[in-house]
Design a binder for this molecule. Structure first.
Ligand SMILES: Cc1cc2nc3c(=O)[nH]c(=O)nc-3n(C[C@H](O)[C@H](O)[C@H](O)COP(=O)(O)OP(=O)(O)OC[C@H]3O[C@@H](n4cnc5c(N)ncnc54)[C@H](O)[C@@H]3O)c2cc1C
Length: 385
């Protein structure tokens, strides 16, 4: 049975997650970095959970107990009130706010109920379909505690309040290891999300669940989300591959390199990585050096945006080596990109178009067609978020 089939047939899912255990956690970013990114190793022993490089791990996080406590206080509850658990049965409001309901995000349902209690028509208006974009703006940087603090006149019954919240969803992480290199383990590469809004420190639910709350050995509900479109060529297929993974986008390519070393894949591999500074953010540097040394990687190009006066990104390194990159494409290379969807993926796409037009002597329409043909042949694969 191929491992792709195995992950598709995994007995685990959102309703019956695999309870894995955190085994190793260490920070990848070095002192002085303006962000914090961590490497996590999770033990799957005895679970039978399998995956293929390119898959993601879904993790069911828990909310920050301090934020849960502040919400309970703002509501005037003790935390021991019994409420229906949206997943079934009953629980204390503290437990449900910790593990089942979303408290860092909300939708119109909560605002409608608040507006009904306070008579705030402007707030009610925000929940209409026509005000969809304004509601988005209102929600940005606001959490459930903000809504309660801004509307102290809104009083709720415990069960009523829980009924107004969304469900706390799983978060997905690109798997950064191969079972062939690390049997019974799954590795993740996670950037910790922290920012300030409305004078209060905000913490990304799952990334700080890992960074602040999960201790070694503590249970982690997980399951595999298949990345069916994001797959390596078979080991006996000697197509070259080009991997572009700035930031945490590097994660699946660590898994790809481990897999290709283990299977003795023949095709050439080229990796683009980018981050802020080489000194503080060159994730897994030693590993890339060893892949370059043994030929698992044919070449690697890096772009550290703040290491020179002019900002430098992965797309600039692609353009710098446009001639060679186009040669690889002409030799059947598969191009993979993983990471930030908001800007990076579009910049990389534009760079590819430019390279194909310039080096292939094509018009921009022909370059677009070339990329479309690559996509149709599954030679341009994206895993962006
Ligand atoms: C297929 C896939 C693979 C992924 N792989 C990885 C991976 O390998 N590594 C990784 O780190 N992440 C990865 N992610 C992203 C990951 O799933 C989470 O979205 C990320 O960790 C944030 O989750 P969180 O629960 O910590 O933050 P959340 O609680 O979900 O908060 C994040 C939200 O906070 C808001 N926010 C963030 N910054 C600000 C700000 N400055 N001002 C106002 N609002 C802000 C935004 O609305 C943002 O969506 C992947 C996502 C997908 C879909």
């Amino acid at each position: 049975m191929s491992s792709e089939t195995a992950s598709a047939k995994s007995p685990y899912g959102v309703k019956n997650p695999c309870i894995a255990r955190l085994k190793v956690a260490h920070e990848l970013t070095r002192p002085g970095a303006t962000k914090s990114t961590w490497h996590y190793e999770i033990d799957l022993s005895g679970s039978g959970m399998e995956f293929t490089p390119g898959d993601s791990l879904a993790v069911q996080p828990q909310n920050d107990p301090e934020l849960v406590g502040s919400i309970i206080t703002a509501l005037g509850f003790s935390g021991t009130e019994t409420v229906p658990n949206p997943k079934g049965g009953e629980g204390t409001i503290r437990d449900v706010l910790t593990a089942v309901s979303a408290i860092t995000e909300f939708d119109g349902k909560l605002l409608k109920a608040v507006a009904a209690k306070t008579g705030d028509n402007a707030l009610l208006d925000l929940t209409t379909l026509e005000k969809k974009d304004e509601l988005k703006k209102y929600n940005l940087g606001r959490d459930v505690l903000d809504v309660l603090n801004e509307n102290p006149a809104a009083k709720f019954e415990p069960a009523e309040f829980i009924g107004l919240l969304r469900r706390l969803n799983v978060r997905l992480y690109s798997i950064s290891s191969s079972l062939k290199a690390f049997p019974d383990q799954v590795h993740l590469t996670i950037a910790t999300v922290r920012y300030e809004s409305r004078g209060r420190q905000r913490n990304g639910v799952c990334s700080t669940f890992f960074a602040d709350r999960v201790t070694l050995g503590s249970p982690l509900p997980t399951f595999i989300k298949s990345g069916a479109g994001f797959r390596l060529p078979e080991p006996n297929d000697d197509s070259p591959i080009i991997m572009c993974g700035p930031g945490t986008g590097i994660a699946p390519f660590r898994a790809f390199c481990q897999e290709r070393r283990a299977t003795g894949a023949r095709g050439d591999a080229w990796l683009f990585f980018g981050e802020i500074n080489r000194a503080t953010c060159f994730f897994y540097e030693d590993e890339w050096q060893s892949y370059l040394a043994d030929g698992t990687l044919r070449r690697m190009d890096t772009a550290f945006s703040r290491d020179q006066a002019q900002k430098l990104y992965v797309q600039h390194k692609m353009l710098e080596h446009g001639r060679l990159l186009f040669d690889w494409l002409e030799h059947g290379a598969i191009f993979y990109v993983c990471g930030d969807a908001s800007r990076m993926a579009a910049d990389v796409d534009k760079a590819l178009q430019e390279i194909i037009a310039k080096e292939g002597g094509k018009t921009s329409e022909q370059a677009l067609e070339y990329l479309e043909t690559m996509k149709a042949a599954k030679r341009y694969r994206r895993d962006v978020y």
